[in-house]
Design a protein around this ligand. Sequence first.
Ligand SMILES: O=C(O)CCC(=O)C(=O)O
Length: 262
Amino acid sequence: MVDISVEMQEKYRRDGYIRIPQGVDAGSLGLLSRELRNLMVKLNPNSAPIEMRSTYKKAFTQVTNLWQKSDLVKTFVFRQDLAEIAATIMGVNGVRLYHDQALFKEAGGGPTPWHVDQVYWPLDTRNTCTFWIPLQRTPWEMGTLSFARGSHLKNGGRDMVISDESEAFFSEYVKQTGFEVSADEFELGDISVHAGWTVHHAGPNLTDQAREVMTIIYMADDTRLLKSPTKTQLVDRDAFTPGVQPGELITTPLNPVLFRKN
Ligand SMILES: O=C(O)CCC(=O)C(=O)O
């Protein structure tokens, strides 16, 4: 595992996000990229031309739990070194997989509206994080992520799903609250990590090349299902933690432990 200093751990917990330079060997991303492209051609749910799509579907093509479709993807998603980084920066004993997803923002793709991820997740913990792993060098104009620094520690907008309304609400909220907004660019091998409640967005893809990203979403290994999940969260429950009842520990075969300290 790459070295994650105490300063990096503190920064993640204070800011709600961190970029890990060269967190993964660029070599393994080449093979992953080729595999994901093939899978995305087969599984792409966005058949409509971009101008006919909703704001959500203009932002990216999303396919989840690709580890179940390919051994190569499974080997990547189950990497213990990445899971150990997740446990280290969150300061937990171990992590389970919540799910993976590929997020491809095609050439000319729209912005990803400001939002928080955890509004969708029926998870009774603050210890969740997304590893956002670009599969090419990703400059600002391809649609990088930006984060509102420290927003995971405040409660604004926690009932808003990704939409034109979330974009309008959070743009104003970020300005009014005075959050600093990050603007990192990514070399191949860099990893972005953000917490489930961190307010973030991504720009449009202004280039003529797709912005390909693989994500892995981790949760602390002792995570329970919320006692009163919302309707939106129940959709995620059925997809990613099937059969788990409110208040129960999440231990389904879709949520294996990927790292645990001895
Ligand atoms: O890749 C994007 O455009 C958005 C990604 C995102 O919001 C996330 O991974 O939480």
